[in-house]
Design a protein around this ligand. Structure first.
Ligand SMILES: [Zn+2]
Length: 298
């Protein structure tokens, strides 16, 4: 495993944390431990429609409940709001958008969601507004980036490298949303550069996002981010064999917490879900057990 400086837990406060989030945190923690990286807690609250203060509170309550520790980032919800909310970094995001604009890479798109889905059921952008020359300052439009099929290099934390191209679902991806807020891909990249993150652990569902963020880093000549090491882990299934999601309320940690379960019981549940043989006595023990799984990066 390569030596690294900083990785992050980056939950979105758009639902209560569930076992899948904690599984991802455990892998992140285990890889951080082995690569010497510190942990940053980064809460992405730029999606104002979906974020709710109770979800921000839930992140801190759940992490404390399970005995999960982190070195950098907010200590509690008040600290988060005062010092770490993404709303404090909008200038940073705007700088990146200005750079893209100066390179002539942005175009405005006024397609509705219905229109986009009518054009392509899988959400692949048809390029409908590519040549419309809609003024970028038109209110209520998405700003997209003209993408091409350049090669994107993805470095893995085991030292291997994959050469690929942007995922089809990310064609001309949105960099600023209709509400004038930076889109996830751009804000996440800007934040990782800002904090000095050089190791990113996330589920395979975020593979297209990894490629979009590396694409942006290439366009913006952000070499440090291009050298970031990645690990994409499989998602754990719930008891019905379905991918865990925040909408499935019964898998939220809050649900078990309010039922009076101890943190350790929830960690045991997670160990069973993720196929570990022994029940861990603590968060540290769970993370240690994960390092012995066959899929764990070396
Ligand atoms: Zn459009």
């Amino acid at each position: 495993m390569q030596q690294r400086a900083l990785t992050r837990f980056a939950p979105t406060p758009s639902g209560f944390l569930h076992l899948g989030n904690i599984f991802s945190f455990a892998i992140t923690n285990a890889i951080a431990h082995q690569s010497g990286a510190e942990l940053l807690l980064r809460i992405d609250d730029l999606d104002r429609e979906r974020m709710r203060p109770e979800y921000v509170n839930d992140i801190f309550e759940t992490l404390h409940f399970l005995g999960i520790q982190w070195k950098r980032g907010p200590n509690d919800a008040a600290d988060f709001e005062q010092h770490f909310s993404q709303l404090h970094r909008t200038t940073l995001y705007q700088e990146k958008l200005d750079q893209l604009h100066n390179k002539g890479l942005l175009f405005a798109c006024n397609c509705s969601r219905t229109q986009l889905l009518a054009d392509n059921k899988e959400g692949v952008y048809s390029g409908r507004c590519r040549h419309k020359q809609i003024p970028l300052n038109t209110p209520g439009v998405n700003l997209r980036i003209y993408t091409d099929d350049r090669t994107i290099k993805v470095n893995s934390c085991d030292g291997t490298q994959v050469n690929t191209t942007l995922h089809p679902s990310m064609k001309d991806f949105v960099v600023r949303k209709k509400d004038d807020m930076a889109a996830y891909q751009l804000a996440s990249l800007a934040d990782d550069i800002h904090f000095g993150v050089d190791l990113i652990v996330r589920g395979t569902d975020l593979w297209p996002s990894t490629l979009a963020q590396l694409y942006l880093a290439d366009v913006l000549e952000e070499q440090t981010f291009q050298d970031t090491a990645f690990f994409h882990h499989a998602l754990i299934p719930n008891s019905n064999g379905e991918k865990l999601s925040k909408s499935a309320g019964d898998t939220s940690i809050r649900f078990w917490r309010e039922k009076g379960y101890a943190g350790q019981a929830v960690l045991s549940m997670l160990a069973r879900h993720s196929g570990l043989e022994k029940e861990p006595a603590s968060w540290e023990a769970l993370c240690e057990a994960i390092t012995h799984c066959s899929w764990f990066p070396r």
